[in-house]
Design a protein around this ligand. Sequence first.
Ligand SMILES: NC(=O)c1ccc[n+]([C@@H]2O[C@H](COP(=O)([O-])OP(=O)(O)OC[C@H]3O[C@@H](n4cnc5c(N)ncnc54)[C@H](O)[C@@H]3O)[C@@H](O)[C@H]2O)c1
Length: 293
Amino acid sequence: MTESANHSIQTVGVMGAGTMGHGIAQILIRSGYTVFLHDLSQQFLDAGAARITKGLKRDVEKGRLTAEECEKALSRLKTTTRVADLGGADFIVEAVTENLEVKAGAFRAIEPHCGPGVIFASNTSSISITRLAATTQRPERFVGLHFFNPVPVMKLVEVVPGLATSPETVEAAERLAASAGKTPVRVNDSPGFVANRLLIPMINEAVYCLMESVAEAKGIDEVMKLGMNHPMGPLELADLIGLDVCLDIMKVLYDSFRDSKYRPCPLLEKMVSAGRLGRKTGRGFYEYPQGKA
Ligand SMILES: NC(=O)c1ccc[n+]([C@@H]2O[C@H](COP(=O)([O-])OP(=O)(O)OC[C@H]3O[C@@H](n4cnc5c(N)ncnc54)[C@H](O)[C@@H]3O)[C@@H](O)[C@H]2O)c1
């Protein structure tokens, strides 16, 4: 494919080359878009680009992509530490650190380089889209585009209009997601959107079950896998996501709704205080002897 499937958008700027940013860049170059991938240092960009190359080469090995398509896709990836290089993009996807100030700073840095028609999207998991949009000069062309990890595998994208987002912006974001092989689902700007509002309290409740000795960790996970057909149990999943991330999202729900049903489980707080964050630290509800997974 030499041309992207979404004709009004040819070039996308992706800010942040971490877990999500590299995955978003990968599916976009695979779908025909030219991507300018930006991060703060060349080291982060090289790591992101290496993960993209590995991901696409795996697609070739599995017969999902030809070697030629893989090479062409990789030739559409440009990495840069200069935010000005994203100025020619038609659409910007922000996937930087989950912090309002960091994200607002990233948009402040890019905005002077972008034409007024360029759409800004944020991949935030928990920050209000309306609030983020208000930090820019283009709230009507600002939208939430919440991808899931790992991006190349997960079909869902929550498309989140803020209060001022125009219908054209939402439609353009939905077209972009669909043209990259995802299924966009429109969700209003509410804490946790839908996915994390359902998932993280379920994980939190599983930690309560463990704390109250309703069952052991393995038993709790088996119940949800065998009884509910979940591919992973909630505690295994918490270890994969990171217990600190789960706790942060629970706190956002609790602080936003001020409803005691979102109270973070004390055991979850204790595990985070102890540094037992899950796979990334080698220990969470389970142990991962080789350390980082
Ligand atoms: N990890 C997940 O499972 C997941 C899932 C859905 C959404 N998200 C959201 O995606 C976003 C990114 O998360 P992640 O897990 O990829 O984080 P990450 O830490 O893996 O990557 C963030 C990257 O952003 C870079 N960065 C920070 N400030 C920057 C700036 N001003 N300009 C350019 N780059 C900058 C960092 O150097 C880092 O490489 C967050 O908003 C997060 O909530 C994460």
